[in-house]
Ligand binder design. Structure first.
Ligand code: GLP
Length: 242
């Protein structure tokens, strides 16, 4: 495992973008796992700029999102479908047939989870998973207590997560459930990048890197992965510097 500490959010995003750009340039077909949230916004902007410059193309990229809320339609502004389109996909040349995001409105959610897991396998598994970090150390929506053996499934969101994400739901109707890739699914990626920025993530980062590896701290599993890079800005790393 490697830990890279940079001075600020901008630099964190730039370093991440250069790793992603390299992975894309090297390979013909790359299967990505992609995050949402505040953290990866600038990374997506960097990648869009690189695409516009002509240095990278997403034509052969397969994208699987980490998660989606249950019950939200893709046009709902708080949905991750909407986020991905507005922050990334509509600006690049990725083919819509190569974009996969769990369907939170599926009639049979369990079947949707099995389908998602199978799709990832059919494309040969994840090459590169890009992750944000929840304040409670969640990855995707794998809340504390998630099994390290978990696959894509429906999960109940914790109070901490619902509070943290409340700002995205102007009507106050914060979903209670979500579909998320499992920790085993994420861990199966050949390479993983975890991004964390800001003081509000310092405690989560410290735990992820320092406590004994255990399911109460989902991000701690990454320390067992042979090819993981934590990219942190100074504020997020402030707990481990001490
Ligand atoms: C959300 C997402 C995660 C994300 C995390 C942090 O709930 N499900 O994939 O990494 O919370 O979000 P942010 O980057 O906004 O702090």
């Amino acid at each position: 495992m490697e830990v890279i500490i940079v001075k600020n959010y901008q630099k964190m995003s730039e370093v991440a973008a250069s790793i992603v750009a390299r992975a894309i340039a090297k390979n013909k077909k790359v299967v990505l796992a992609l995050p949402t949230g505040k953290t990866p916004r600038e990374l997506y902007r960097f990648l869009i700029k690189a695409y516009r410059r002509g240095s990278i193309s997403f034509k052969k990229i397969i994208a699987f999102n980490l998660d989606e809320y249950v019950g939200l339609s893709p046009t709902d502004k708080a949905s991750y479908h909407f986020y991905m389109k507005e922050n990334f996909f509509k600006f690049i040349d990725i083919k819509s047939k190569n974009i996969f995001i769990p369907d939170g409105q599926a009639k049979n959610l369990k079947r949707e989870c099995r389908r998602y897991e199978k799709k990832i396998k059919r494309y040969g598994g994840l090459d590169l998973a890009i992750l944000g970090l929840g304040k409670n150390d969640h990855l995707g929506f794998n809340e504390p207590g998630s099994s390290f053996n978990s696959k894509t499934r429906v999960v109940k969101l914790s109070k901490v997560t619902r509070k943290a994400n409340a700002k995205f739901f102007k009507d106050g109707k914060i979903p209670v459930f979500a579909i998320t890739m499992g920790l085993k699914t994420i861990f199966s990626a050949k390479k993983i990048i975890l991004l964390a920025s800001g003081k509000e993530k310092a405690e989560a980062v410290k735990k992820a890197l320092a406590v004994p590896i255990n399911p109460q701290i989902p991000a701690s599993i990454l320390r067992q992965h042979p090819n993981t890079i934590f990219i942190l800005d100074r504020a997020a790393a402030s707990g481990i510097n001490k």
